[in-house]
Structure formats: structure tokens, C-alpha cells
Write a protein that binds this ligand. Sequence first.
Ligand code: PEP
Ligand code: MN
Length: 337
Amino acid sequence: MVIVMKTTATNDDVKNIERLLKRLDLGAHISEGEERIIIGVIGDKRLLDGVPLELMPGVDKLVPIVEPYKLASRTFDPEPSTIEVGESQIGGKKLTIVAGPCAVEDEEQILKVARYLKSQGIDFIRGGAYKPRTSPYSFQGLEEEGLKLLAKARKETGLLVVSEVISTEFLDQAVEYLDVIQIGARNMQNFQLLREVGRLKKPVILKRGLASTIEEWLNAAEYIMKEGNYDVILCERGIRTFETYTRNTLDLSCVPLIKELSHLPIIVDPSHGTGKGNLVIPMSRAAIAAGADGLMIEVHPDPKSALSDGPQSLDFDGFSELMGEVAKIAQVLDREI
Ligand code: PEP
Ligand code: MN
């Protein structure tokens, strides 16, 4: 439930409500809109039975949240969320570009990519250390060694590090090295992993499951938020359809839809979304045009020799071209890159 305050409500009115909720063991999430404040009630709303909240000074009305996901819903927080990571912000005017190889392969590879990305002026590097591969015979990632190499790249370049965790077992270890945790498509409904990530104070990129509806995806975000971690960034990465020319079908209609349903930032991964390097730039343009807050792009110094996802990875020239193309779209939309 949310408490919609009157446009004339004072700070004291808001504080009073916060105090009352706290006494009842409920939390309050304050969303300051241009005209009025909305207070999202966190916790079991049955604790409010018989409490005449609507009669309190400054209160306009009480609105129930009808969606199955509450904290992730736009009703709970009508203002778009921005998420701070180091000096960077995700969900603000500036687009967030997360780029890097599918997998960390060795020191030379990741440092080469990191230095190049730094020269492109982006803030985030990605690289898989624990790789959830379809075949058990494919390269499974360098695991902790990969995380150490990412930390080394951060130390040298100052880039913020994003990498996927695939189980609760490695979570504590991984968190030491990462600025943002990635939950991959295959783990979008690994509820125990979602709960544990929700107890951390680290932003989480939550990728959409391979065959998940938007409602299931937002419910997965809710699992994380319910534990107290509100720093969730959604990432559309394509879904399974009958089409086989592309690896997945990139569902760009989800971008404006998510913006209506949720206050969470959303980025788009056209690399996994299409599986084809030649489609990455056009779909990046389209994603930003549709209102995405950023992109996740696979970049490799030599895609042909990549240990995973080479066909969908851009080389350095390709990525530079992408940045130029995205900058044009950003300008039209009054966004920065
Ligand atoms: C990845 O980002 O490397 C990855 C495995 O993506 P997804 O979980 O979207 O398949
Ligand atoms: Mn990949």
C-alpha cells in the first residue's frame, strides 16, 4: 500500500507517519515527486488494520498496490530510481554502458579490453568468471582467478566491475571483488540466490530468464528487494521464441512496458539478445531509442578466437562504431553517454 500525501503536506506530517509506521514495525519508502510525496509502506499491511491512517494530517488517500510485485512496482515508487555505483549512476540522464568479454580468459585479454574500454570513456567492465554454459564440455570460466583478474583491471583503470554469480556457495567470495553482481538468465528464478543477493549491499543486474514473462521477471526483482536490497537493474537479453535465425528474440517492447510498470532502471543486452555481431549495433540504437537506460555489450580483442560467445562479440573497432551510433540517438533523446 502507498500513502499519497496532499500537495500541502509538511515535513512534519511525513515524519509523523514514518514514526507511526516504525512503531508498528513497518518501514517507509519516501518518494518525492514534483508535486507531492508518496510513502510506500514496507511490510505486512495487516499490521495497519484498524489504524485510521487516512485521517492523519497531510494524508490525501491510501492506494493499494494491486500488482503481485510491490516494491518493484511504479505504484510503490512513482519516480524512476537511480542507482549509485561508485561515482556512477544507473538510471539517470547518462546512459550506462557495461562492456567486456563474455568470459575472462587470461590476464592479457582482460587488461587489453579494460584499457581499451577506459579509452572509450565508459564506466563499467563485465567479464564472466563463473560461466553457466549449455554444454558441460564448454569453457566453464576461470572462477576465482577470473575475479582476481577483473579486480586487477579495476585497480589499473578505475573501471567498475560486473560479473555473474551462479550459486550461493561462491557469493561471499565473489562479492569481495565486484562492484555490481550479475544474476544470469538461467538463474533468474534461483530464489535462494535471489534472497541471498537481496541481503547484500551491492547493486544487482538481474537478467530476464530465457523464457520468462515480464511479470515473472519483476517478481524475481521483488525477491531481491524484499530482503532490503533495492538496487536492482533489469537487463533484457532476449527470450526463446520459434525464430532460429537469431539466438534469442530481443524483446524491446519490454523496455517502455517496464518503464510503465516499474521504477527500476532497465538496460538491454543485444549481444545475447541476437547472438549475432552484425545485429548488435542496430539493436543497440533501437534499445536506446525505446528508452533503455543503457546497454550490456560483449567485446573481445579477437572475437574469432574467443572461448565463448565469439560470434556475438564486437571487436574494438566495432565497439567504437557502436559508441558513435549510440551517441547520435542519445543526443536526440536528450541523454548523455
Ligand atoms: C552473460 O552475460 O555472459 C550471460 C551468460 O548472459 P545470459 O545470462 O543473459 O545468458
Ligand atoms: Mn556471453
